[in-house]
Design a protein around this ligand. Sequence first.
Ligand SMILES: Nc1ncnc2c1ncn2[C@@H]1O[C@H](COP(=O)(O)OP(=O)(O)OP(=O)(O)O)[C@@H](O)[C@H]1O
Ligand SMILES: [Mg+2]
Length: 410
Amino acid sequence: MARKNNLVGIDVGTTQVRVIVGEPRPDGTISIIGLGLSPTEGMRKGAIIDLELTVEAIAAAAAEAERMCGFKIDSAYVGLQGLNTELVNNRSVVAVQSDDREIGAEDLERVIQAARVIALPLDREIVKVIPREFIVDGYDGIRDPVGMLGVRLEIDALIVTSPITSLRNLMRCVNRAGINVEGMVLLSLAGSEVALSSDEKELGVFFVDIGGGTTELAFFQQGKLNRLSAVPIGGAHITNDLALGLRTSFTAAENIKIEYGSAFATLASDETDIGISSVGSREQRQVSAKEVSRYMEPRVRELLQIIREEMNRMGWPELPPAGVVFSGGVSQMKGLLELASLVYESDRVRCAEHDFVGIQNPIYTNAAGLLYYVNRQQLLFYRQERSEGTFRKKTGLWQRIKDWFFEIVE
Ligand SMILES: Nc1ncnc2c1ncn2[C@@H]1O[C@H](COP(=O)(O)OP(=O)(O)OP(=O)(O)O)[C@@H](O)[C@H]1O
Ligand SMILES: [Mg+2]
């Protein structure tokens, strides 16, 4: 049977679905006790195009994770892709209610609820309210106002909105795989939790997740998520170019890309020791890693340039002080950092590392981050409740916070 405090995270990506089960430890870290991965063809460019295939992939990944952890997964937190997701800034204000003017969790809840009141097109839904800062009687920059004294509590919040249909389809797929959705968390926000240091988030950093079908850019500064963007390009486009160049199948090109490919052709070996079979021919030919990389490099360059233009559009014609941190499957590509340094004329580029999570592959960064993100939010709110002497863990505030944190209208 599932232990009550275990957390489950699901990342439904364009190329694969990941399910991670974790057990929070008292020191705030999480032991990963279950892990499942299943390839999927139910998504394209970050959107579900085939419900059945997506449900099957979620169920298969969950079954693998269940075999490892030894219990049935009945609920999970689900990651939300950044493509088509929008961030809107909003501010709201409430009067502190208690007679002694001490700000309580209820005031916090009211001010966040008030921030949800924004004009939205009919086809969009609020997924989440992310507090950026609180302002108490005009003093700004406050991260946690509970317990402070004040008359007027203001919030500066980011409101995350997403198209209703894509959200509902994602929830429906998870539900049909027999799993309840406890909440939804932006994948970039989740991934940044384990991939970025607090110094980087403070100084200003781009977290760039290059997946199979999409690339998500999240900009953090002063410790907070500031901007979010996504482009519908990823590793699959590099594989496509390679398949065309080598005149081979997509599957063969995908394997060659992962095993021998480099983003930087100059760094690749010119020994002709890779056997490939061409489409329409039974004969095998031998190519070198350099030739493979020559087909890949222009596409990767183009992708890096598109990312750069997007950063520019987000207000950063120069790289921010802490530079760029890459994650997602493509961040494992050989030569990527070298090429990125060259294209961005900067050495402030690195790949996400999160050794302490126990799994190092960056395809798991977002799913592992989901668990850390949710765990930290829970700890924060439980601590606030305890400090108020009203510990209502099961029925009280956390449930309501979850409702407005992750609310989705059915
Ligand atoms: N060693 C490697 N070298 C190059 N590319 C790689 C490597 N390992 C994985 N990839 C690529 O990473 C991509 C998959 O990454 P990831 O699992 O992060 O994507 P996803 O989450 O399924 O998709 P998305 O985030 O776009 O929805 C594939 O295109 C794969 O070819
Ligand atoms: Mg992904």
